[in-house]
Design a protein around this ligand. Structure first.
Ligand SMILES: Nc1ncnc2c1ncn2[C@@H]1O[C@H](COP(=O)(O)OP(=O)(O)OP(=O)(O)O)[C@@H](O)[C@H]1O
Length: 276
């Protein structure tokens, strides 16, 4: 008898192949496909133009570029949170223009943790599931699992004011993961954190990425952060925002301090910085 593999097993196997750099053209599945995107705001500002980008399942893609080059505009378009003036957006099997983020299996993490101060950590993480009418026991179990993933299960009953900046961001990430998205969009999530905390959260994020098999699109000003995290770095230039170059970061995972202090890391960071 032929047994079909479960979706989870298939996703895991696929992810392992991506991590090993062992994905052939025929096994690659696009999760984000942007073609010729142009966005002109009604103020007349042409934020981005001619942006085409293909992101495969399981990738960790960072977008870097100078302030105002359209990174957030692009991320919002992928999320279905903002419209565009020309081009096409396909997210997995849908078009971001017609699908809200809640329906298309994606979550968004902002620079500010945006937690509700009157709700406990657990109640903040369960919120997206409560809005979807997921039963209480089920949503609390899912939230606790994600809090455990970010190392905060002991703080489930705490309030946001009792947490440090890094802990608040972990809660925000747990909340984004609670609905089990396939695609995680992150807009400068660690921009406000000190360097030590940022390094720690970078490593934790890579663990989560590996464990969940999720695809991540990550906006940052910080070229070193992009190189450390990513399978691929998208370097943008401004006025209007366009993709200057897409640089593959071939260094294997898991990545740690030895990668950060390597010559390859320094060279990649310098060559990407020179593009901006
Ligand atoms: N709602 C808006 N209305 C009008 N113009 C906007 C709006 N949002 C962004 N812009 C303009 O579009 C351009 C791109 O902005 P965007 O915020 O996407 O850039 P960014 O690369 O994310 O910048 P930063 O790194 O500073 O956050 C900028 O010139 C900005 O002023």
């Amino acid at each position: 008898m032929i047994q079909s593999k479960s979706k989870e097993t298939e996703d895991h196997a696929y992810k392992e192949k991506v991590l090993e750099g062992n994905v052939t053209q025929s096994s690659v599945r696009s999760i984000v496909k942007l073609k010729g995107i142009r966005k002109q705001y009604n103020t007349g500002v042409l934020a981005i133009d001619h942006v085409s980008l293909d992101i495969q399942e399981g990738e960790f893609v960072s977008i870097v570029g100078p302030s105002g080059c359209g990174k957030s505009t692009l991320l919002r378009i992928i999320a279905g949170l903002g419209d565009y003036s020309a081009g096409s957006v396909e997210i997995a099997s849908g078009d971001a223009k017609s699908k809200g983020s809640r329906d298309s299996g994606l979550s968004y993490v902002f620079q500010d943790a945006t937690l509700m101060p009157w709700r406990t950590v657990l109640d903040n993480v369960t919120l997206p599931l409560a809005l979807r009418k997921v039963p209480k026991a089920e949503r609390e179990a899912a939230a606790l699992e994600k809090l455990k993933m970010v190392g905060l299960e002991k703080y489930a009953d705490a309030y946001p004011r009792q947490l440090s900046g890094g802990m608040k961001m972990r809660v925000s990430i747990a909340r984004a993961l609670a609905s089990g998205p396939k695609l995680l969009l992150m807009d400068e999530p660690f921009g406000a954190l000190d360097e030590m905390t940022r390094y720690r959260l970078n490593s934790e994020l890579l663990h989560i990425w590996k464990d969940t098999g999720i695809t991540v699109v990550f906006v940052t000003h910080n070229v070193q952060e992009a190189v450390f995290l990513s399978t691929k770095v998208v370097a943008m230039r401004a006025h209007p925002g366009r993709i200057r170059e897409i640089v593959a970061i071939d260094h294997p995972y898991p990545r740690g301090d030895e990668f950060r202090s390597s010559i390859a890391f320094t060279e990649l960071s310098a060559s990407i910085s020179s593009l901006l």
